[in-house]
Write a protein that binds this ligand. Structure first.
Ligand SMILES: [Zn+2]
Ligand SMILES: [Zn+2]
Length: 399
Protein backbone atom coordinates (compact mmCIF):
# COMPACT_ATOMS: atom_id res chain seq x y z
CA UNK A 1 0.00 0.00 0.00
CA UNK A 2 1.40 3.44 -0.84
CA UNK A 3 2.19 5.70 2.05
CA UNK A 4 0.66 9.14 2.20
CA UNK A 5 3.22 11.76 1.14
CA UNK A 6 4.19 14.73 3.30
CA UNK A 7 2.62 17.31 1.02
CA UNK A 8 -0.68 15.52 1.05
CA UNK A 9 -0.62 15.19 4.84
CA UNK A 10 0.11 18.90 5.22
CA UNK A 11 -2.67 19.94 2.83
CA UNK A 12 -5.16 17.50 4.38
CA UNK A 13 -4.37 18.86 7.82
CA UNK A 14 -5.00 22.41 6.68
CA UNK A 15 -8.33 21.43 5.12
CA UNK A 16 -9.61 19.22 7.92
CA UNK A 17 -8.94 21.76 10.66
CA UNK A 18 -11.75 23.96 9.39
CA UNK A 19 -13.68 21.62 7.10
CA UNK A 20 -14.71 18.17 8.22
CA UNK A 21 -14.89 15.88 5.19
CA UNK A 22 -16.09 12.29 4.88
CA UNK A 23 -13.68 9.70 3.49
CA UNK A 24 -15.20 9.97 -0.01
CA UNK A 25 -15.11 13.75 -0.21
CA UNK A 26 -11.58 13.78 1.22
CA UNK A 27 -10.15 11.06 -1.00
CA UNK A 28 -11.74 12.58 -4.09
CA UNK A 29 -9.58 15.70 -3.83
CA UNK A 30 -6.28 13.87 -4.02
CA UNK A 31 -6.18 12.54 -7.57
CA UNK A 32 -2.35 12.41 -7.48
CA UNK A 33 -2.50 9.90 -4.65
CA UNK A 34 -3.05 6.55 -6.30
CA UNK A 35 -5.36 4.38 -4.32
CA UNK A 36 -8.18 1.94 -4.85
CA UNK A 37 -11.15 4.23 -4.52
CA UNK A 38 -12.06 7.55 -2.95
CA UNK A 39 -13.24 6.03 0.29
CA UNK A 40 -10.07 3.99 0.86
CA UNK A 41 -7.85 6.92 -0.11
CA UNK A 42 -9.78 9.21 2.22
CA UNK A 43 -9.44 6.74 5.08
CA UNK A 44 -5.67 6.53 4.59
CA UNK A 45 -5.21 10.29 4.39
CA UNK A 46 -7.36 10.76 7.50
CA UNK A 47 -5.36 8.10 9.32
CA UNK A 48 -2.13 9.92 8.50
CA UNK A 49 -3.59 13.21 9.74
CA UNK A 50 -5.31 11.57 12.71
CA UNK A 51 -8.50 13.54 12.22
CA UNK A 52 -11.89 12.20 13.15
CA UNK A 53 -15.34 12.80 11.78
CA UNK A 54 -18.89 12.03 12.81
CA UNK A 55 -21.21 10.57 10.21
CA UNK A 56 -23.24 13.13 8.31
CA UNK A 57 -20.96 16.01 9.26
CA UNK A 58 -19.14 16.23 5.95
CA UNK A 59 -18.83 19.89 4.94
CA UNK A 60 -19.48 19.10 1.27
CA UNK A 61 -22.01 16.28 1.06
CA UNK A 62 -23.49 16.28 4.57
CA UNK A 63 -23.90 12.56 4.50
CA UNK A 64 -24.95 11.95 0.91
CA UNK A 65 -21.88 9.81 0.15
CA UNK A 66 -22.59 7.70 3.22
CA UNK A 67 -26.18 7.21 2.12
CA UNK A 68 -25.26 5.91 -1.33
CA UNK A 69 -25.23 2.31 -0.16
CA UNK A 70 -28.86 2.64 0.86
CA UNK A 71 -29.74 4.55 -2.31
CA UNK A 72 -28.15 1.83 -4.44
CA UNK A 73 -30.14 -0.90 -2.70
CA UNK A 74 -33.31 1.08 -3.31
CA UNK A 75 -32.47 1.48 -7.00
CA UNK A 76 -31.70 -2.22 -7.33
CA UNK A 77 -34.99 -3.06 -5.67
CA UNK A 78 -36.87 -0.87 -8.15
CA UNK A 79 -34.91 -2.18 -11.13
CA UNK A 80 -35.97 -5.72 -10.36
CA UNK A 81 -39.26 -5.18 -12.19
CA UNK A 82 -37.58 -3.94 -15.36
CA UNK A 83 -35.90 -5.57 -18.31
CA UNK A 84 -32.96 -3.59 -19.67
CA UNK A 85 -29.58 -4.16 -21.25
CA UNK A 86 -27.60 -1.00 -20.69
CA UNK A 87 -28.19 1.82 -18.28
CA UNK A 88 -27.13 5.29 -17.26
CA UNK A 89 -27.33 7.00 -13.88
CA UNK A 90 -28.06 10.71 -13.53
CA UNK A 91 -28.10 12.74 -10.31
CA UNK A 92 -29.63 15.99 -9.20
CA UNK A 93 -27.89 17.58 -6.23
CA UNK A 94 -28.82 20.50 -3.98
CA UNK A 95 -27.09 23.59 -5.38
CA UNK A 96 -25.35 24.21 -2.05
CA UNK A 97 -23.51 20.88 -2.23
CA UNK A 98 -21.88 21.80 -5.52
CA UNK A 99 -21.17 25.35 -4.33
CA UNK A 100 -19.50 24.17 -1.13
CA UNK A 101 -17.28 21.82 -3.11
CA UNK A 102 -16.36 24.62 -5.54
CA UNK A 103 -15.55 27.00 -2.66
CA UNK A 104 -13.33 24.47 -0.94
CA UNK A 105 -11.49 23.71 -4.16
CA UNK A 106 -10.90 27.37 -4.89
CA UNK A 107 -9.70 28.05 -1.39
CA UNK A 108 -7.14 25.25 -1.29
CA UNK A 109 -6.37 25.25 -5.01
CA UNK A 110 -7.42 21.63 -5.33
CA UNK A 111 -7.22 20.58 -8.97
CA UNK A 112 -8.06 17.56 -11.07
CA UNK A 113 -10.35 15.84 -8.60
CA UNK A 114 -13.63 14.41 -9.79
CA UNK A 115 -16.77 16.47 -9.18
CA UNK A 116 -19.13 15.11 -6.53
CA UNK A 117 -21.90 14.56 -9.04
CA UNK A 118 -19.88 12.25 -11.25
CA UNK A 119 -18.48 10.51 -8.19
CA UNK A 120 -22.04 9.76 -7.10
CA UNK A 121 -23.30 8.53 -10.46
CA UNK A 122 -20.16 6.43 -10.92
CA UNK A 123 -20.54 4.90 -7.46
CA UNK A 124 -24.18 3.95 -8.04
CA UNK A 125 -23.41 2.79 -11.57
CA UNK A 126 -20.75 0.47 -10.19
CA UNK A 127 -23.22 -1.08 -7.76
CA UNK A 128 -25.86 -1.58 -10.43
CA UNK A 129 -23.36 -3.04 -12.87
CA UNK A 130 -21.98 -5.54 -10.38
CA UNK A 131 -25.39 -6.71 -9.15
CA UNK A 132 -27.14 -6.90 -12.50
CA UNK A 133 -24.27 -7.69 -14.89
CA UNK A 134 -25.41 -4.82 -17.13
CA UNK A 135 -23.18 -2.17 -18.60
CA UNK A 136 -23.26 1.61 -18.45
CA UNK A 137 -24.06 3.22 -21.79
CA UNK A 138 -23.69 6.98 -22.12
CA UNK A 139 -25.09 7.35 -25.61
CA UNK A 140 -28.29 5.36 -25.78
CA UNK A 141 -29.07 3.40 -22.64
CA UNK A 142 -32.40 1.59 -22.59
CA UNK A 143 -32.74 2.51 -18.91
CA UNK A 144 -31.94 5.83 -17.26
CA UNK A 145 -31.96 6.03 -13.49
CA UNK A 146 -32.39 9.53 -12.10
CA UNK A 147 -31.47 10.12 -8.46
CA UNK A 148 -32.89 13.33 -7.11
CA UNK A 149 -31.03 14.21 -3.92
CA UNK A 150 -33.13 17.35 -3.54
CA UNK A 151 -36.49 15.61 -3.26
CA UNK A 152 -35.17 12.17 -2.42
CA UNK A 153 -37.01 10.64 -5.38
CA UNK A 154 -35.63 7.91 -7.58
CA UNK A 155 -37.12 7.64 -11.04
CA UNK A 156 -36.59 4.97 -13.63
CA UNK A 157 -36.94 6.04 -17.24
CA UNK A 158 -36.90 3.24 -19.76
CA UNK A 159 -36.29 4.18 -23.38
CA UNK A 160 -39.46 3.89 -25.49
CA UNK A 161 -39.87 0.48 -27.03
CA UNK A 162 -40.50 0.23 -30.77
CA UNK A 163 -42.53 -2.58 -32.21
CA UNK A 164 -43.44 -3.59 -35.75
CA UNK A 165 -46.36 -5.82 -36.57
CA UNK A 166 -49.30 -6.46 -38.85
CA UNK A 167 -52.96 -6.94 -38.13
CA UNK A 168 -55.82 -8.72 -39.76
CA UNK A 169 -59.30 -7.33 -39.33
CA UNK A 170 -61.95 -9.99 -39.64
CA UNK A 171 -64.96 -8.03 -38.37
CA UNK A 172 -66.66 -5.02 -39.92
CA UNK A 173 -67.56 -1.89 -38.00
CA UNK A 174 -64.30 -1.12 -36.19
CA UNK A 175 -62.62 2.20 -36.95
CA UNK A 176 -58.85 1.99 -37.34
CA UNK A 177 -57.93 4.86 -35.07
CA UNK A 178 -58.90 5.91 -31.58
CA UNK A 179 -60.79 9.16 -31.36
CA UNK A 180 -59.95 11.75 -28.78
CA UNK A 181 -62.24 11.97 -25.77
CA UNK A 182 -65.05 14.42 -26.48
CA UNK A 183 -65.13 15.60 -22.86
CA UNK A 184 -61.51 16.53 -22.33
CA UNK A 185 -60.14 16.71 -25.87
CA UNK A 186 -57.39 14.21 -25.09
CA UNK A 187 -56.10 15.52 -21.78
CA UNK A 188 -57.62 12.69 -19.78
CA UNK A 189 -60.66 12.91 -17.54
CA UNK A 190 -63.03 10.78 -15.49
CA UNK A 191 -65.21 10.15 -18.54
CA UNK A 192 -62.39 8.48 -20.50
CA UNK A 193 -60.71 6.76 -17.55
CA UNK A 194 -57.86 9.25 -17.97
CA UNK A 195 -56.82 7.71 -21.28
CA UNK A 196 -57.72 10.82 -23.33
CA UNK A 197 -59.57 8.58 -25.81
CA UNK A 198 -63.23 7.73 -26.39
CA UNK A 199 -64.43 4.55 -24.74
CA UNK A 200 -65.04 2.72 -28.01
CA UNK A 201 -63.44 -0.25 -29.63
CA UNK A 202 -61.04 0.46 -32.49
CA UNK A 203 -58.10 -1.36 -34.05
CA UNK A 204 -55.79 1.09 -32.31
CA UNK A 205 -57.44 0.64 -28.94
CA UNK A 206 -57.21 -3.17 -29.18
CA UNK A 207 -53.56 -3.15 -30.29
CA UNK A 208 -52.61 -0.50 -27.73
CA UNK A 209 -54.14 -2.49 -24.92
CA UNK A 210 -52.49 -5.70 -26.08
CA UNK A 211 -49.06 -4.10 -26.32
CA UNK A 212 -49.18 -2.16 -23.08
CA UNK A 213 -50.28 -5.29 -21.24
CA UNK A 214 -47.64 -7.50 -22.83
CA UNK A 215 -44.78 -5.08 -22.19
CA UNK A 216 -46.20 -3.53 -19.02
CA UNK A 217 -46.04 -0.07 -20.55
CA UNK A 218 -48.07 3.10 -20.23
CA UNK A 219 -48.82 4.93 -23.49
CA UNK A 220 -48.62 3.94 -27.15
CA UNK A 221 -48.21 5.97 -30.32
CA UNK A 222 -48.89 4.38 -33.69
CA UNK A 223 -47.49 4.95 -37.15
CA UNK A 224 -49.86 3.36 -39.65
CA UNK A 225 -49.09 2.10 -43.11
CA UNK A 226 -52.28 3.40 -44.70
CA UNK A 227 -55.78 3.08 -43.34
CA UNK A 228 -59.12 1.54 -44.06
CA UNK A 229 -62.65 2.59 -43.27
CA UNK A 230 -64.55 1.14 -40.32
CA UNK A 231 -66.57 -1.12 -42.64
CA UNK A 232 -63.49 -2.58 -44.38
CA UNK A 233 -61.87 -5.90 -43.61
CA UNK A 234 -58.11 -6.38 -43.70
CA UNK A 235 -57.20 -9.81 -45.00
CA UNK A 236 -54.24 -11.59 -46.60
CA UNK A 237 -50.97 -10.73 -44.91
CA UNK A 238 -52.58 -7.91 -42.94
CA UNK A 239 -51.80 -4.22 -42.57
CA UNK A 240 -48.40 -3.29 -41.13
CA UNK A 241 -48.03 -0.83 -38.27
CA UNK A 242 -45.35 0.59 -36.03
CA UNK A 243 -45.91 1.30 -32.37
CA UNK A 244 -43.93 3.25 -29.82
CA UNK A 245 -44.65 2.04 -26.31
CA UNK A 246 -43.66 4.23 -23.40
CA UNK A 247 -42.52 3.41 -19.89
CA UNK A 248 -42.37 -0.31 -20.48
CA UNK A 249 -41.15 -2.61 -17.75
CA UNK A 250 -40.54 -5.42 -20.21
CA UNK A 251 -38.71 -5.10 -23.52
CA UNK A 252 -37.94 -8.59 -24.70
CA UNK A 253 -39.66 -10.86 -27.14
CA UNK A 254 -37.44 -13.88 -27.24
CA UNK A 255 -39.35 -16.09 -29.62
CA UNK A 256 -42.18 -15.35 -31.99
CA UNK A 257 -45.15 -15.01 -29.75
CA UNK A 258 -48.79 -15.56 -30.45
CA UNK A 259 -50.90 -12.59 -29.59
CA UNK A 260 -54.54 -13.57 -29.26
CA UNK A 261 -57.32 -12.48 -31.56
CA UNK A 262 -59.61 -9.93 -29.97
CA UNK A 263 -62.89 -8.59 -31.37
CA UNK A 264 -61.89 -9.73 -34.84
CA UNK A 265 -58.42 -8.19 -34.75
CA UNK A 266 -55.55 -10.65 -35.19
CA UNK A 267 -52.08 -9.27 -34.44
CA UNK A 268 -49.29 -10.95 -36.42
CA UNK A 269 -45.52 -10.89 -36.79
CA UNK A 270 -45.02 -8.63 -33.78
CA UNK A 271 -41.33 -7.92 -33.30
CA UNK A 272 -39.12 -5.39 -31.58
CA UNK A 273 -37.25 -2.94 -33.78
CA UNK A 274 -34.46 -0.44 -33.05
CA UNK A 275 -36.32 2.70 -34.04
CA UNK A 276 -39.48 3.72 -35.73
CA UNK A 277 -39.40 4.67 -39.40
CA UNK A 278 -39.16 8.33 -40.34
CA UNK A 279 -42.60 9.26 -41.63
CA UNK A 280 -44.87 6.68 -43.19
CA UNK A 281 -43.21 4.14 -45.49
CA UNK A 282 -44.44 3.80 -49.08
CA UNK A 283 -46.67 0.83 -49.83
CA UNK A 284 -48.86 -0.89 -52.41
CA UNK A 285 -52.31 -2.27 -51.59
CA UNK A 286 -54.51 -4.89 -53.15
CA UNK A 287 -58.15 -4.04 -52.68
CA UNK A 288 -61.47 -5.66 -53.42
CA UNK A 289 -64.36 -3.21 -53.75
CA UNK A 290 -68.10 -3.76 -53.97
CA UNK A 291 -69.45 -1.22 -56.49
CA UNK A 292 -73.00 -0.16 -57.33
CA UNK A 293 -73.84 1.63 -60.60
CA UNK A 294 -76.55 4.22 -61.17
CA UNK A 295 -77.76 2.28 -64.22
CA UNK A 296 -77.34 -1.17 -65.78
CA UNK A 297 -73.90 -1.85 -67.29
CA UNK A 298 -72.79 -4.70 -69.53
CA UNK A 299 -69.67 -6.88 -69.71
CA UNK A 300 -68.29 -4.92 -72.66
CA UNK A 301 -68.20 -1.74 -70.70
CA UNK A 302 -66.38 -3.46 -67.84
CA UNK A 303 -63.91 -5.10 -70.20
CA UNK A 304 -63.00 -1.74 -71.67
CA UNK A 305 -62.45 -0.39 -68.17
CA UNK A 306 -60.30 -3.39 -67.37
CA UNK A 307 -58.07 -2.74 -70.38
CA UNK A 308 -57.71 0.96 -69.63
CA UNK A 309 -56.80 0.55 -65.99
CA UNK A 310 -53.72 -1.69 -66.38
CA UNK A 311 -50.68 0.36 -65.30
CA UNK A 312 -52.75 3.48 -65.23
CA UNK A 313 -51.94 6.77 -63.53
CA UNK A 314 -54.52 9.01 -61.90
CA UNK A 315 -54.15 12.58 -60.72
CA UNK A 316 -55.14 13.37 -57.14
CA UNK A 317 -56.14 16.97 -56.47
CA UNK A 318 -56.18 17.62 -52.73
CA UNK A 319 -57.94 20.58 -51.20
CA UNK A 320 -54.95 22.54 -50.02
CA UNK A 321 -51.87 20.61 -51.11
CA UNK A 322 -50.04 20.05 -54.38
CA UNK A 323 -51.45 17.71 -57.03
CA UNK A 324 -49.84 14.27 -57.10
CA UNK A 325 -50.29 11.01 -59.00
CA UNK A 326 -51.09 7.48 -57.90
CA UNK A 327 -50.72 4.36 -59.95
CA UNK A 328 -53.12 1.46 -60.58
CA UNK A 329 -50.90 -1.53 -61.38
CA UNK A 330 -53.53 -4.08 -62.26
CA UNK A 331 -57.29 -4.17 -62.34
CA UNK A 332 -59.97 -6.82 -62.63
CA UNK A 333 -63.73 -6.65 -62.41
CA UNK A 334 -66.56 -9.17 -62.11
CA UNK A 335 -70.18 -8.32 -62.79
CA UNK A 336 -72.48 -9.55 -60.04
CA UNK A 337 -75.67 -8.32 -61.64
CA UNK A 338 -76.42 -5.49 -64.07
CA UNK A 339 -76.01 -2.79 -61.43
CA UNK A 340 -73.39 -4.30 -59.17
CA UNK A 341 -69.81 -5.46 -59.60
CA UNK A 342 -66.77 -6.56 -57.65
CA UNK A 343 -63.56 -4.70 -58.53
CA UNK A 344 -60.16 -6.02 -57.64
CA UNK A 345 -57.08 -3.90 -58.01
CA UNK A 346 -53.53 -3.36 -56.91
CA UNK A 347 -52.53 0.28 -56.52
CA UNK A 348 -50.27 2.73 -54.72
CA UNK A 349 -51.05 3.07 -51.03
CA UNK A 350 -52.91 6.15 -49.93
CA UNK A 351 -55.24 6.26 -52.93
CA UNK A 352 -58.70 7.16 -51.71
CA UNK A 353 -60.63 4.12 -52.94
CA UNK A 354 -64.17 5.49 -52.61
CA UNK A 355 -63.20 8.69 -54.38
CA UNK A 356 -61.33 6.82 -57.12
CA UNK A 357 -64.46 4.81 -57.89
CA UNK A 358 -67.17 7.39 -57.25
CA UNK A 359 -65.42 10.52 -58.46
CA UNK A 360 -67.47 13.60 -57.66
CA UNK A 361 -70.29 11.17 -56.87
CA UNK A 362 -68.74 10.18 -53.56
CA UNK A 363 -68.79 13.52 -51.78
CA UNK A 364 -65.66 12.98 -49.69
CA UNK A 365 -64.53 16.55 -49.40
CA UNK A 366 -64.12 16.18 -45.67
CA UNK A 367 -61.20 13.80 -46.23
CA UNK A 368 -59.28 16.54 -47.94
CA UNK A 369 -59.44 15.08 -51.45
CA UNK A 370 -61.23 17.29 -53.92
CA UNK A 371 -60.87 15.23 -57.04
CA UNK A 372 -59.30 12.09 -58.44
CA UNK A 373 -59.13 12.14 -62.21
CA UNK A 374 -59.79 10.16 -64.23
CA UNK A 375 -61.94 8.02 -61.96
CA UNK A 376 -64.08 4.94 -62.57
CA UNK A 377 -67.37 6.88 -62.88
CA UNK A 378 -65.77 9.21 -65.41
CA UNK A 379 -64.14 6.43 -67.43
CA UNK A 380 -67.38 4.45 -67.65
CA UNK A 381 -69.66 7.38 -68.17
CA UNK A 382 -71.91 5.88 -65.49
CA UNK A 383 -72.16 6.94 -61.90
CA UNK A 384 -70.49 4.32 -59.69
CA UNK A 385 -70.40 4.07 -55.91
CA UNK A 386 -68.10 2.06 -53.72
CA UNK A 387 -70.25 0.57 -50.97
CA UNK A 388 -67.49 -1.16 -49.11
CA UNK A 389 -63.93 -2.24 -49.81
CA UNK A 390 -61.66 -4.79 -48.21
CA UNK A 391 -57.90 -4.75 -48.08
CA UNK A 392 -56.49 -8.04 -49.35
CA UNK A 393 -52.81 -7.27 -49.07
CA UNK A 394 -50.38 -4.51 -48.11
CA UNK A 395 -46.82 -4.59 -49.46
CA UNK A 396 -44.40 -2.21 -47.77
CA UNK A 397 -41.85 -0.87 -50.26
CA UNK A 398 -38.29 -1.77 -49.40
CA UNK A 399 -39.31 -4.35 -46.81
ZN1 LIG B 1 -18.78 13.94 1.94
ZN1 LIG C 1 -61.55 12.52 -21.30
Amino acid sequence: MPSVGKNIVRLAEAILISYPLCDWCLGRHFPSFKGEDDETKGRMVRGAVKAEIKEGQCFICQGIMHSLKDSSSKVLELLRDYEFNEFLVGAKLPKEVVEREDDLRARFKLRGGEAIKSAITREIGKKIASSTNKKVNFRSPDMTVLMDFVSGAISLNPKPLFVYGRYLKKARGLPQKRRKCRECGGKGCHECDYTGFMREVSVEQILAQMLTERFKGKGTKFTWVGGESAESLVLGSGRPFYAEINETKLRRLDRPEMFKEQDGIVPKEIRIIDKKPRGSPGFIVTVSARVKFDEEVNEDKLNTLKEVLQNFEVKVVPLRKKVFTKKIYSFDVKLIDGKEAEMLFRCDGGLNIKKFIGGSNSGLREEGVLEITPNVSELMGVGANCEVFDVLDVEVLGE
